[in-house]
Design a protein around this ligand. Structure first.
Ligand code: NAD
Length: 359
């Protein structure tokens, strides 16, 4: 029987609760897992003085596989986001965010089956920023003003948008490989190349080149604002959407909203040799420690991990168990109930038990 070594990062807030539920459900598939528990987030800060200790990164690098709960980004300067830090340290360039309707989850939309592939490392998220009025900003602005016809105001704050040919190629190639592996028919590149002719223009040009190399899969492109409108009007016309970082952040939350919100939205961060799967939602501090959090997004992230490992049948059993329990609507957490009545809702663990029984 297959056995997998997985770095498990329970995170903080509701993270440990949804992680424990997920661990139990994944073990109920019959596959073997050696879980390497790793600290990250607030607990790690107290224990090791670092929200993302090197030992955690080493474990994920060694195993090539991580399953991660949400992690709070402490408010205040000096703290790096563990989530962004992890993606950058491990070069997890692709953020995979599927959005599929689950029967029984309340939503304005039905029959949604979309996958957002978001570039994870470049764009305005690379972290090259200069604050208003600083000597660095002044120097950058004066260099720009020497080189450009268009002048930047002296007191501007600056965030650099970086798009490289290599970064664009690898994310679009990833989208095509994912589409082929998952029997998907269409890849849509999302951009704003009509306005940002060089950065988004480069992304679009590379996307068109990669599309020409993959003629078995249909390709088109949409300007991001039009894409948002079309997702509201005719989402069934779309399939796999690939886009730079910032648009991906926004459009994937839009898609999460179309299938019922953060509680049911899974995600994966994929690099060349390492992949880390995590729910899209945050640490929901107000619910922490109460056993009421919805484990679905984390469970479906676990199922994505199984698919990544080629364990399709096990993934389908998890997804099927989740769909059955949500469809029945009795053993579900409060957020999945129409009345949101906590006193009638299942706890995180009770919902996980029902899913295990349904599998
Ligand atoms: P959040 O996702 O934690 O919460 C948003 C809303 O959704 C809240 O009302 C919350 O109660 C609800 N919610 C989220 N997940 C739920 C679940 N599983 N079950 C039931 N209800 C759920 O977002 P936020 O409040 O903006 O962020 C809280 C913290 O999480 C911040 O520190 C933020 O930086 C961090 N965060 C981390 C990640 C990550 O680890 N990848 C992602 C987003 C936010």
């Amino acid at each position: 029987m297959a056995r997998y070594q997985v770095s498990l990062l329970p995170g903080d807030g509701i993270g440990p609760e949804v992680t424990e539920a997920t661990r139990r459900v994944l073990e109920a598939t019959g596959l073997g897992f050696d879980w390497d528990y790793c600290d990250a987030g607030l607990g790690a800060l107290e224990k090791h003085g670092d929200v993302l200790p090197e030992a955690t990164l080493d474990s994920v690098r060694k195993n090539g596989l991580g399953l991660k709960g949400p992690i709070t980004t402490p408010i205040g300067s000096g703290f790096r986001s563990v989530n962004v830090g992890l993606r950058q340290a491990l070069q997890l360039y692709a953020n995979l965010r599927p959005g599929k309707t689950i029967k029984g989850v309340q939503s304005t939309f039905s029959d949604i089956d979309l996958v957002v592939v978001r570039e994870n490392l470049e764009d305005t998220y690379a972290g090259v920023e200069f604050d208003t009025g600083t000597p660095e900003a002044t120097e950058v602005i004066s260099a720009i003003n020497k080189l450009s016809d268009k002048q930047v105001a002296a007191d501007s704050a600056i965030t650099i948008k970086m798009i490289t040919p290599e970064g664009s190629r690898r994310i679009v190639e990833y989208a095509f490989v994912f589409a082929r592996k998952n029997n998907r028919k269409l890849v849509t590149a999302v951009h704003k190349a009509n306005i940002m002719k060089y950065t988004d223009g480069l992304f679009l040009r590379i996307a068109q080149e990669v599309a020409a190399e993959n003629p078995d899969i249909e390709f088109n492109d949409r300007i991001v604002d039009n894409m948002c409108m079309q997702l509201m009007q005719k989402p069934q016309q779309y399939d796999v959407l690939v886009m730079p970082n910032l648009y991906g952040d926004i459009v994937s939350d839009l898609v999460a909203g179309m299938v019922g919100g953060l509680g049911v939205a899974p995600g994966g961060n994929i690099g060349k040799d390492v992949a880390v799967f995590e729910p899209i939602h945050g640490s929901a501090p107000t619910h922490a420690g109460k056993g009421v959090a919805n484990p679905t997004a984390m469970l479906l992230s676990g199922a994505l991990m199984l698919r990544h490992l080629g364990e399709v049948e096990a993934a389908e059993r998890v997804e099927g168990g989740v769909a059955k329990v949500i469809g029945e609507g009795t053993k579900v957490t409060y957020d999945l109930r129409a009345d949101r009545d906590q006193s009638k809702a299942a706890s995180t663990n009770e919902m996980a038990d029902a899913i295990i029984a349904a599998m």
